[in-house]
Design a protein around this ligand. Structure first.
Ligand code: BG6
Length: 503
């Protein structure tokens, strides 16, 4: 556990992810006093940038948001935070920059020693001086292994003098063989204990809430199975296309981009059996067990699509992007039914669906329950639990109730928990804030273990090979800004989902 002090190095510091997510998250933790007392943050990238320019770039992405913390405190802390930042440029594949980094890290360590009254730095539980380092790799996969190796060779505290942790960002491979290859190169360098594979969906507030909701409420726990649930959907919609990222996205597609990782992770937390404890390994053991119970994806039972121009012609089609292959069959929308062949779930369709360039930006889970025995009720609607992960955290349960008044007609209405109104004065951490904090506390629960990764690639690789192989089907087209591709409602209907008429 990082105590009192920590040096944080962000690789890929000049890139998008670092400036939009990593640095703002580090600041968010600093703002809420969640970083160790003494810290130094280094940005490292290939491009040479004057320190002041780098800082102003970081500063421009740190914006005040409504929170329990006043704007004045925010501004003061932002100023202080920027003074903790240093930047250095260097190659990823040679050790020169890493040597320079090491001398800066040692300088930081000795500044702590100098300021320590006893001359030895007190870490609370020992009088030993400890180098405590967190390396964050916000890097493209091509640089991953070089940086991991250089860090191990040049910037890894000698035994007994400290420790280092390393956070890596997806993609963790492109398919099963490449994921295995990556893992075989990383494993000899960094142990599973030191390595934190980030899937930022696991840091989202509502995703972190899933185990509590399920196992902390008897009525959910009791009904959470094939006996009562008719279908589940986990859906992701984005209102923009691949703007500016077409070249990258063309090799990836929506399945690798969000389904194989983010949505599958949500699925595991939604469907695992009760772990024996909330210990990270207990949770991850259950996740692996669950993933291994999923039957192979039926290649004839998927809906895949690619966006076309918007109906009014103002928004481009995917293929209008000059950086993509003009004949590309890249999938920008997919709906994939998953069947978990275990006692709890067999036969319940769980649809993972995700798409870009749609009419809305949201991520939500819909759990639809079976119809009650009809008896007196001829046309009663099904219960549905909706868990909205973003943009706003909301949980609501559609229930049947008697319409007030003398008549005996029923209506479908909501029991509603909106975080906005219920938890107005709370800090709801951003996913990256939450996960970096977990890492600082040695908590692996919300990070992906190597065997989880292996099973998830095993599940999706045959589908990817089929879609990208010579016999791969052409995706159907949907206009930019559509609610969904044509045929989705029918597809959902065929998978046990019934559209309800909310009041
Ligand atoms: C990333 C994908 O992992 O997740 C992006 O690469 C996607 O394509 C993003 O936009 C979505 O994250 P969020 O937190 O905005 O839902």
């Amino acid at each position: 556990v990082f105590k009192d002090h920590c040096a944080i190095v962000v690789f890929g510091a000049s890139g998008d992810l670092a400036k939009k997510k990593t640095f703002p998250a580090l600041f968010g933790l600093y703002l809420h006093d969640e970083l160790p007392k003494n810290i130094k943050i280094f940005g490292y990238a290939r491009t040479s940038i004057p320190l002041d320019d780098f800082k102003s770039r970081i500063a421009s992405f740190i914006k005040y948001k409504k929170s329990p913390i006043s704007e004045q405190v925010f501004s003061e802390k932002k100023e202080k935070f920027l003074t903790l930042i240093d930047y250095l440029s260097g190659p990823y594949d040679k050790n020169t920059g890493f040597k320079e980094l090491e001398s800066k890290l040692l300088e930081f360590d000795s500044s702590l020693l100098k300021n320590s009254p006893s001359g030895t730095y007190n870490t609370n539980d020992s009088n030993k001086f400890f180098s405590q380092r967190l390396y964050y790799l916000a890097l493209p996969p091509s640089a991953f292994v070089d940086v991991a190796r250089n860090l191990k060779e040049n910037n890894y505290p000698e035994k007994g003098t400290g420790f280092a942790k390393i956070i890596v960002e997806k993609p963790f491979g492109h398919d099963l063989p490449s994921a295995r290859e990556l893992q075989s190169k990383l494993a000899p360098l960094w142990s599973e204990d030191e390595l934190y594979r980030i899937d930022h969906y696991l840091g989202k507030e509502m995703v972190k809430n899933l185990l509590v909701l399920r196992f902390g409420n008897e009525f959910f726990g009791a009904s959470w199975s094939r006996k009562h649930i008719s279908s589940i959907q986990i859906s992701f919609k984005e209102p923009f296309g691949t703007e500016g990222r077409g070249g990258y996205f063309d090799k990836i597609g929506i399945i690798r981009d969000v389904i194989q990782n983010h949505l599958l992770q949500v699925l595991t937390l939604l469907t695992i059996d009760r772990p024996i404890s909330f210990d990270p390994e207990a949770i991850r053991d259950e996740k692996v067990k669950l993933l291994k119970s999923i039957s192979p994806i039926d290649l004839n039972d998927i809906l895949i699509a690619q966006y076309d121009k918007s109906l009014d012609g103002t928004k481009p089609s995917y293929l209008d992007d000059k950086t993509v292959d003009p004949n590309s069959k890249c999938v920008t929308y997919a709906a994939i039914p998953i069947n978990i062949e275990n006692e709890r779930w067999d036969g319940v369709p769980i649809i993972l669906r995700a798409g870009k360039a749609l009419n809305d930006g949201k991520v939500e889970i819909r759990i639809q329950f079976k119809q009650v025995a009809r008896g007196v009720f001829k046309n009663i609607d099904r219960n549905e639990l909706v868990i909205k992960i973003q943009p706003k955290e909301v949980i609501y349960l559609k229930i049947n109730a008697k319409l007030p008044g003398l008549a005996t007609s029923t209506t479908l209405t909501d029991l509603d928990l909106s975080y906005d109104s219920r938890y107005e004065s709370f800090w709801i951490p951003e996913a990256y804030e939450s996960l970096i904090r977990d890492c600082l506390h040695d908590d692996h629960s919300n990070f992906v273990r190597d065997d989880e990764l292996e099973v998830s690639w095993k599940l999706f690789t045959p589908l990817l090979n089929y879609l990208e192989g010579p016999d791969g089907p052409a995706p159907v087209k949907y206009p930019y800004g559509a609610r969904s591709p044509p045929g989705l409602d029918k597809f959902l209907n065929e998978h046990n989902y019934k559209f309800t008429n909310n009041e």
